[in-house]
Design a protein around this ligand. Structure first.
Ligand SMILES: NC(=O)c1ccc[n+]([C@@H]2O[C@H](COP(=O)([O-])OP(=O)(O)OC[C@H]3O[C@@H](n4cnc5c(N)ncnc54)[C@H](OP(=O)(O)O)[C@@H]3O)[C@@H](O)[C@H]2O)c1
Length: 334
């Protein structure tokens, strides 16, 4: 697998990362054995970047990664880099009840993550959101102290806007910004990408399949249970869903002409945006992983890119990517 440097000051990582969130929560039922087999298959294929959050399944996701790494061949385990988000607070039933990125919370969250992951350091550590109560300099400063102490290697950000990125980068070296970026989520292109590029900060792009919506596998009659995050996302509702799946059918025509799948076109499009961008794929089954990794063999020439742009122009999606209360929490959308 090809590797890319994460930002100008970060580590080399596989050109595609594996996002493990869906293996613990957010997208309904999960299968522990298949999740672990998927992580093992990804490591075997040369994926080195595993992304998680301490609040994914309230620690479940970190424990899952711990088990997958413990049972992986030593050579694969040693190559793995773990990116962890913190800050989200949940109650025992899983409801999000608050957010804390204050310096004491940063250190407390990190202490528990290290235990759950069974590692002596976290490779990339990042606040999941900007904490409106805490200046970003204080949050990043606390992570920088963890770097100094050897508990964290690199500092990342998530879903923050250009001004916050500049303030954070003035505090300590930032290797990457994790942010939603896909054919139907392109707001990052306006002010954020020019800023990260100017500052030498990489992008780990999530939601490259818009949480499965533009994977080519999502259908209108799919029932999402109440625990599935997508049951509340505007893009997955009623008329919005009908419209958005129409965009997928336009993409499918292009995919079929190229002899590839819709998911592969969508992932290859994000990868084509630049070598500073590492798509995180949210595969939670081995067959989905194989499909996603197949995107690396898809070359999009100018003709293909123009056809894709016509099929799914910027801003074509109907409905926001989060529900209103969550949109309000996105510094990246201000
Ligand atoms: N920083 C943040 O705020 C943030 C937010 C969200 C996620 N993330 C990170 O980014 C990672 C990826 O995000 P995501 O899961 O929303 O992204 P995604 O890759 O857009 O969506 C993943 C979903 O797409 C469906 N899918 C269908 N075909 C697939 C294929 N070939 N490969 C992969 N998935 C396929 C799967 O659903 P089915 O299994 O139901 O088919 C899967 O659960 C997460 O795991 C998490 O680590 C970060």
């Amino acid at each position: 697998m090809r590797t890319l440097k994460l930002g100008s000051s970060g580590p080399e990582v596989s050109e595609v990362g594996l996002g493990c969130m869906g293996m613990s929560s957010m997208y309904g039922d999960t299968d522990r054995d298949e999740s672990i087999a998927t992580i093992h298959a990804a490591l075997e294929a040369g994926v080195t970047l595993l992304d998680t959050g301490d609040f994914y399944g309230q620690g479940h996701n970190e424990l899952l990664i711990n088990e997958a790494l413990r049972t992986a061949p030593a050579a694969r385990r040693e190559q793995a880099l773990i990116s962890v988000k913190f800050g989200g607070q949940r109650d025992p039933a899983g409801a999000f009840v608050g957010y804390d990125a204050s310096p004491a919370a940063v250190k407390n969250f990190a202490a528990y993550s290290l235990q759950r992951l069974g590692v002596d350091h976290i490779d990339v550590y990042r606040p999941a959101r900007l904490d409106p109560k805490v200046p970003v300099e204080e949050t990043v400063g606390a992570i920088a102290e963890l770097v100094e102490a050897g508990f964290v290697r690199y500092i990342g950000l998530s879903e923050v806007g250009a001004e916050t990125i500049r303030r954070a980068a003035a505090t300590a070296p930032i290797v990457d910004l994790q942010i939603e970026y896909s054919l139907i989520s392109r707001s990052v292109e306006e002010a954020i990408l020019p800023t990260t590029r100017e500052l030498g900060i990489g992008i780990t792009a999530y939601g490259v399949l818009s949480r499965g919506l533009i994977s080519g596998h999502f259908t209108r009659d799919r029932k999402l249970d109440a625990r599935d995050f997508r049951a509340r996302v505007p893009r997955f509702q009623g008329e919005n869903l009908r419209h958005n799946l129409g965009l997928v059918e336009a993409l499918r025509k292009i995919a079929e002409q190229k002899g590839v799948t819709v998911a592969q076109i969508a992932i290859a499009w994000v990868a084509s945006r630049g070598d500073d961008i590492v798509p995180l794929v949210g595969a939670r089954r081995r067959d989905r992983l194989t499909e996603a990794l197949g995107a690396r063999d898809v070359t999009l020439d100018d003709f293909d890119l123009a056809a894709i742009e016509r099929a799914v122009p910027a801003g074509a999606a109907a409905g926001d990517r989060y529900q209103p209360s969550e949109m309000a929490h996105l510094d990246s959308e201000r």
